[in-house]
Design a protein around this ligand. Structure first.
Ligand SMILES: [Zn+2]
Length: 421
């Protein structure tokens, strides 16, 4: 078979298999092949397996050989939940929080999500593009090759569209694949606090149809939580979004049990996010409906909470579990998927194999891309991460550092020896 790109001399090839989602006992199915080779043609994998079995792979003239020098190779990480295009800086607020100041004191000093909404509404589109691109670069250096990214700091049609246009421009110019989500229901806009029904009506009648018509967002997401949107409002918005052709996600049961997990199953959501307080009944309903649980362990770490999402109970109940950063300025300020994989193991007691599957194949399933990415197998894109060491276990064992040495995107080296190329 013909190839134009080959990764050879792989110490350990560690990859999930199939289209997913990987649930129950299969959630830990990571196929590990020693002394392996992967070949691709036009960015698509044509062979992945033992080097000894790759004799018929023929590298075309001008094709590239990448020597992994005995290191481990994994699929590129899929960060399936981020708030990438935001403006402003909340380090001042963070400093207050670290000094033990209360939420009310921080809000009185102009902190919180309102702060980010104001900055994101005010910033010029080109400037928002530039700061978002810097974050995307950092993600790529940490091995992320596919990212879901939400609007939701505009909270009016113009500013939501600005965020979504930035995502489209990044998608067209940057190697990382971007899956865009409209999250105009991230909060109640500050100017609409006293008339929330008007804003809900505006989303239903104008924002959602306009965004859908623009083709700039594939998913819709809503924050169902005390003080944000109720379960009933979330249901109404999800049904309207589905009617318009969006796929649906729900920020559910993050700070309290508001029935978000079961709502996600009832409205046919692709995924539900956070789920720290998900009820047993909600988990059962998610399993039955095949809703992906996107767990974001950076949030309880960053907010210094003792609680974490019940990953073990979810895996045992047959819910597909994905892991993501939730990159945002208020509750999880990180671009690092290796860090999140480590937290999945250390704080939620996931097995290393489960955490890797959650950060690749199940993450891809949660954004409907598992037919293209999330595992290193023939037919999928050649999106791969080369670790610094020989064994995949070092991804967690050697924690708190960036273990990613090189990154391949669609059969092209985009990070080599820790540097962008
Ligand atoms: Zn989020």
């Amino acid at each position: 078979m013909n190839a134009d790109f080959v990764i050879e001399n792989i110490g350990q090839l560690a990859t999930p298999v199939g289209l997913g989602p990987a649930t129950g006992r299969q959630a830990a199915d990571l196929r590990v092949t020693e002394a392996a080779l992967i070949a691709s043609l036009n960015g698509r994998i044509v062979y992945a397996g033992p080097a000894a079995g790759a004799r018929e792979v023929e590298l075309a003239p001008g094709g590239e050989r990448f020597d992994a020098e005995g290191r481990a190779v994994l699929p590129g990480f899929v960060d399936s939940h981020t708030h990438l295009p935001f403006a402003g800086d909340r380090s001042h607020e963070f400093l207050m929080r670290m000094q033990g100041r209360s939420y009310q004191e921080i809000a009185a000093a102009g902190g919180g999500i309102v702060n980010t909404v104001k900055a994101t509404r005010e910033i010029a589109e080109d400037d928002l593009l530039a700061i978002s691109q810097t974050r995307l670069e950092r993600m790529l250096l940490h091995g992320t090759t596919t990212v879901e990214a939400k609007s939701g700091y505009g909270l009016n049609l113009d500013a939501e569209m600005k965020q979504l246009r930035v995502l489209k421009r990044l998608a067209d110019s940057h190697p990382v694949t971007i899956v865009p989500t409209c999250m105009c229901a991230h909060d109640i806009p500050p100017e609409a606090r006293a008339r929330r029904d008007d804003y809900i009506g505006l989303m239903i009648g104008e924002i959602l149809p306009s965004v859908r018509g623009s083709g700039l967002a594939e998913f819709f997401d809503v924050f169902v939580e005390k003080g944000v949107y109720t379960r009933d409002e979330g249901g109404r918005l999800c049904r309207r979004a589905t009617e318009l052709g969006f796929l649906v996600k729900v920020h559910a049961d993050e700070l309290s049990d508001t029935g978000g997990a079961s709502l996600s199953a009832e409205v046919g959501a692709v995924s539900a996010e956070h789920l720290l307080y998900a009820s047993d009944e909600g988990i059962r309903k998610m399993a039955a409906a095949g809703v992906v649980a996107t767990l974001l362990p950076g949030v309880p770490l960053f907010l210094m909470m003792d609680r974490h999402a019940p990953a073990r109970a979810m895996i045992e109940a047959g819910v597909p579990v994905a892991l993501a950063t939730d990159l945002n300025p208020g509750s999880s300020n990180t671009e690092s998927m290796p860090m999140i994989i480590q937290l999945g193991c250390f704080r939620m007691k996931m097995r290393i194999e489960e955490a890797i599957v959650a950060a690749t194949l199940n993450g891809a399933h949660g954004i409907r891309r598992a037919h293209e990415v999330g595992s290193l197998e023939p037919g999928k894109w050649m999106d791969a991460v080369v670790l610094d060491s020989r064994a995949f276990v070092d991804l967690v064992y050697h924690y708190g550092v960036n273990p990613v040495r090189s990154v391949i995107k669609r059969g092209r080296v985009v990070v080599r020896d820790g540097r962008r190329v």
